[in-house]
Design a protein around this ligand. Structure first.
Ligand code: PNS
Length: 179
């Protein structure tokens, strides 16, 4: 599929003007982990609605899963009726996706100091660009070691990551990467 700048692949109703407070949980999600899902579920308790935004840059090396596959893996992981939608955006700034969605805030999980050092300049830049605030949630300590890249590496060499990603994600990873 060809991605144009700013194209939202999923059609979404904007919550602008409805009084609803929605947040965006952005990321690459290649693939979603239980650490991501923990943050998404906690964000859903703080806001009326969460939009999980998968940001895709076609000029970067492609991931293990296509953006559409990443979206399906997230949708399958979400509990029925959760106030969460999943949007796919390409070649655009996160703040522009937030504006398009009428989002009040960006929510990010922090596993530790390294995440903080990476995320803080982005939070400042995003606020500089449009005034949008970033809310940091401390990551679940039992999932501190979980990242999509480490999960892929471990699966690629036959290690067991069950309990760190949903079962269907584990099956998809094994199907794609197992030796
Ligand atoms: O899961 P990741 O790879 O850590 O997510 C990083 C992501 C996609 C959220 C970040 O790179 C991003 O916001 N990219 C969109 C482009 C953008 O807005 N860049 C300026 C950030 S200040």
């Amino acid at each position: 599929m060809a991605y144009k700048r700013g194209m939202a692949i999923e059609t979404m109703d904007s919550s602008r003007g409805t009084g609803l407070r929605s947040c965006v949980c952005p990321g690459s999600y290649d693939p979603v982990t239980n650490g991501h899902l923990d943050v998404i579920e906690r964000a859903a308790r703080l806001f009326d609605e969460v939009v999980v935004v998968i940001l895709h840059n076609p000029s970067k090396p492609s991931g293990v899963f296509t953006p559409d596959e990443r979206r399906e893996l997230i949708l399958t992981a979400l509990p029925a009726g959760a106030p969460v939608r999943v949007g796919l955006f390409a070649n655009m700034l996160l703040v522009d996706a937030c504006r398009e969605l009428g989002a009040t805030a960006i929510v990010k999980g922090l596993r530790g100091g390294t995440d903080f050092a990476y995320e803080l300049p982005m939070a400042h830049m995003n606020r500089h660009l449009t005034g949008i605030e970033t809310v940091f949630l401390p990551g679940n300590p039992s999932l501190e070691h979980v990242s999509s890249s480490l999960i892929k590496e471990v699966v690629r060499f036959g290690g067991d990551v069950s309990g760190l990603v949903p079962d269907h994600v584990l099956a998809a990873l094994r199907g794609r990467l197992s030796p």
